[in-house]
Design a protein around this ligand. Structure first.
Ligand code: ATP
Ligand code: MG
Length: 332
């Protein structure tokens, strides 16, 4: 079976609809067809300096949500990144294979650093994509299901794999991004050209999986739509309506042209109400299962310990080869 690896940051108290449609829903499907490794990337989350209590809480919430959406510990490996020490070890080795200029081209760093001012931003934020490359290459992943915002980081990962292989001999599988066009970028409800994001969307712009039905409905009803009254997909002129159509289509499995026909001549009201109900119906069972999982921390931690054990086996094997190829002396 081909391998798959992906990760999500514990940078908020919930995942949002973009994480769900753009990434995590594919993870669930791929556990049936792939040998799958999914991690809560807590080492990535510390690039924005969370308080220790916050990191702990969010890491457990993220893990619980992954199980709640349907990842099954019998069918895939779910673990916490920092539990497998090899991630940081390989990241260092790969950082010595990465050019400053190459790293400086990453647009996500530029976007995120702009918030702090480029020189105030942490070095960890800058080297983030190299740690991400390590996450992927350690597991010899064939495919990496992500949103389109990660495409450039995947390209860097491929470059690093190829460079390492040509310099030290065939060691890493060169991974492919797995990006579903229709859901590659779910946008902010208030700013429909910007990506919905845990760390930069306003509360009104984001639909959190763990949110209550009341606020979810309100936010969809107040989502920025566009001038005119027609429910039509038109990226250029109607980004808000287009985003809602994509959401409805992805959640219901109904093609967009069929939705356009259904709402012809009806204005935005009924359409938005239907989108809101779909979101609520999708999120409610996930929220309820997440709450149950979080009620038993010991059991949750046990699931994560078992996942880490399985992940470590693969990671150790790759690292042994990396060390040997680079010329490090054997340990014992
Ligand atoms: P942060 O703002 O902290 O970076 P995020 O919302 O970008 O949070 P991540 O944990 O960085 O979430 O990303 C997890 C996965 O979700 C990645 O595969 C990413 O590409 C995907 N993703 C994030 N936002 C969206 C979105 N708006 N549409 C589609 N996919 C998304
Ligand atoms: Mg992100």
């Amino acid at each position: 079976r081909p391998r798959v690896l992906s990760g999500i940051q514990p940078t908020a108290d919930s995942f949002h609809l973009g994480n769900y449609l753009g990434a995590v829903r594919q993870w669930v499907a791929m556990q049936e067809t792939h040998e799958a490794f999914y991690c809560v990337v807590d080492l990535h989350a510390i690039t924005v300096n969370p308080a220790p209590e916050e990191l702990r809480r969010r890491t457990r919430i993220a893990a619980a949500q992954l199980f709640a959406v349907g990842l099954d510990p019998e069918r895939c490996t779910v673990f916490v990144q920092s539990h497998v020490r090899e991630h940081t070890e390989l990241a260092w080795m790969l950082s010595c294979q990465t050019g400053m200029g190459e790293a400086a081209r990453m647009t996500q760093f530029k976007d995120k650093a702009a918030k702090y001012g480029e020189s105030a931003a942490g070095v960890g934020l800058f080297t983030y994509p190299i740690l991400m490359a390590a996450d992927i290459l350690l597991y010899q992943a064939d495919q990496v299901p992500v949103g389109v915002d990660q495409k450039q980081h995947l390209e860097l990962t491929r470059d690093l794999a190829q460079r390492f292989n040509s310099r030290f001999g065939q060691t890493f599988k060169v991974p492919n991004p797995y990006i579903l066009k229709e859901v590659e970028k779910i946008t902010d409800l208030q700013e429909p050209t910007a990506k919905m994001s845990k760390s930069s969307s306003s509360p009104q712009g984001i639909l959190d999986v763990l949110e209550q039905p009341g606020p979810l409905r309100k936010k969809v009803m107040r989502a920025v739509t566009d001038t005119g009254t027609e429910v039509l997909a038109d990226e250029e002129n109607k980004p808000g309506v287009t985003n809602l159509l994509r959401i409805q289509s992805a959640l219901s499995g109904t093609p967009i042209p069929e939705l356009e026909a259904r709402y012809a001549g009806q204005g935005y009201g009924t359409f938005k109400k239907d989108v809101a109900e779909l979101v609520v119906d999708t999120f409610t069972p996930i929220r309820e299962r997440t709450e149950k999982l979080l009620a038993d921390e010991a059991e949750l931690d046990k699931l994560l310990a078992a996942g880490a054990e399985r992940a470590r086996e693969v990671a150790r094997e790759t690292m042994a080869e990396v060390r040997e190829r680079m010329g490090f002396l054997p340990t014992s």
